[in-house]
Every structure is written in C-alpha cells, then in structure tokens.
Design a binder for this molecule. Structure first.
Ligand SMILES: [Zn+2]
Length: 61
C-alpha cells in the first residue's frame, strides 16, 4: 500500500506523521487554505432575506 499526498500526488512514505495524509507542511497548508478560501466565498454568497423559496417549504408538510 502506498499513500500519496492528495495535493501534489507525491508519496507520503517519507512524510512526517504530523503531516499525514500530506507529504509535508506546505501541502497541508495548501489544503487548509482551500478550506478557508471556500468558507470565505460561501460567506460572500450568503443567503439574503426573502430568498427562501415557498416551494421548498411545502416539502416539509
Ligand atoms: Zn504534497
């Protein structure tokens, strides 16, 4: 079994355990940055008041 870094696809066989499943600190930070970036974008597209669709509410009955 060979694990590879999900960011750069390099083998993590030589990686420090604290960085697993990434190959190193750099890729771990890249993954972390993606999460923060995603949260930021979702917050920017936050649901505005009045955007709720009546059709969706009907499914709860
Ligand atoms: Zn990597």
């Amino acid at each position: 079994m060979q694990a590879v870094c999900p960011i750069c696809s390099r083998s993590t066989a030589q990686a420090e355990p604290k960085f697993i499943p990434f190959c190193g600190e750099r890729c771990k930070l890249v993954d972390l940055g993606r999460w923060f970036d995603g949260d930021y974008r979702i917050a920017g597209e936050s649901v505005s008041p009045g955007a709720t669709r009546p059709d969706d509410i009907d499914y709860e009955h």
